[in-house]
Every structure is written in C-alpha cells, then in structure tokens.
Design a protein around this ligand. Structure first.
Ligand SMILES: [Zn+2]
Length: 159
C-alpha cells in the first residue's frame, strides 16, 4: 500500500519535459525526441524508442526490451539493443540504474530519483525524492567532484 502510494507520488512529482512532446502521434514524437538530442532517427532507434517510451515511466533490462521487441516483431539483435540503450543513456533519454554487478536497469524517467529493489522478484520501484535521507556526503578524491548519488534500497518480503 505504502509502496504504491509512494510510486504514484513520485510520478506526480516529477516534471518531465518529454511528456509534453509525447502526446501527439507517437511515431512523430519519437522522431523529434531523437532529433532533439542529436541522434539520427534510424529505423531501429525509432522502433526501440517507440517501445521504450510509449508506456510511461518504467525500468527495463536489455533482455526485457529484447523480448518486447521480439513480441512487437521488430527484428533486432541483443547487441543492437545494448548499443541503443547506451546511446539513449549517453544523451540523457534514459538513466542507467545498476542493481547487481550483472544486472543493469534502464529507467525511462531520467530525472533524479532513488529506487527500491525487490530481491527475488527483480523488480525496481521508484522512491519519491523527499523520502531518501542521504547522510554526510563523502569527500571525493583530489581532482574529482560528485556527479550524483544513487540509492538502491533492497527489499524482501517479511517472513
Ligand atoms: Zn526509476
């Protein structure tokens, strides 16, 4: 209960400029979204962008996107999926969230927010920004500055 309320609040909270773009013809919107960030709207980027961003805020792994692309009959290799996800992340359309060493999630909500990770169910949920207290930020090594702080709070079912 608390979780779903928190997730709803998070969604209502963040102002996303992309939303304003994504309300006409989806295909046209994805094209302008790609152009805005300087990526050529190739057929594959268009198809994957449409699958990724057409369903609101969510968290996907490369494998999940690969499955959705296959179901949507988009002929694309897993390598292309990885490349595209990393390109989208580099230009700020996606945010990468590392949960385990082996598993990276890509968040279609690129704004700053933290996550719950449900162990065993491999599910990532948004935490509203106001609900995370980060303690004293460590002093970065000489010559570095802190780019951002990502918090992943791991959950398990009460036994
Ligand atoms: Zn998120």
């Amino acid at each position: 209960m608390i979780l779903s309320t928190a997730a709803e609040a998070a969604m209502a909270d963040h102002v996303d400029l992309r939303r304003d773009v994504l309300n006409g013809c989806p295909w046209h919107d994805v094209k302008s979204m790609l152009r805005d960030v300087g990526l050529r709207p190739t057929r594959q980027r268009m198809a994957l962008g449409w699958i990724l961003f057409g369903k609101g805020d969510r968290h996907l792994t490369a494998e999940m996107l690969y499955e959705e692309a296959s179901r949507a009959k988009v002929p694309v290799s897993l390598a292309t999926i990885y490349n595209t996800l990393h390109q989208f992340t580099e230009v700020g359309l996606l945010r990468q969230v590392a949960v385990d060493g082996s598993k990276a999630y890509f968040d279609t909500n690129a704004s700053a927010h933290h996550h719950f990770f449900v162990e065993g169910e491999d599910e990532l949920l948004d935490i509203p920004g106001a609900e995370v207290l980060v303690g004293k930020t460590p002093t970065p090594p000489e010559g570095y500055e802190i780019a951002r702080v990502d918090v992943v709070v791991r959950l398990r079912r009460k036994s």
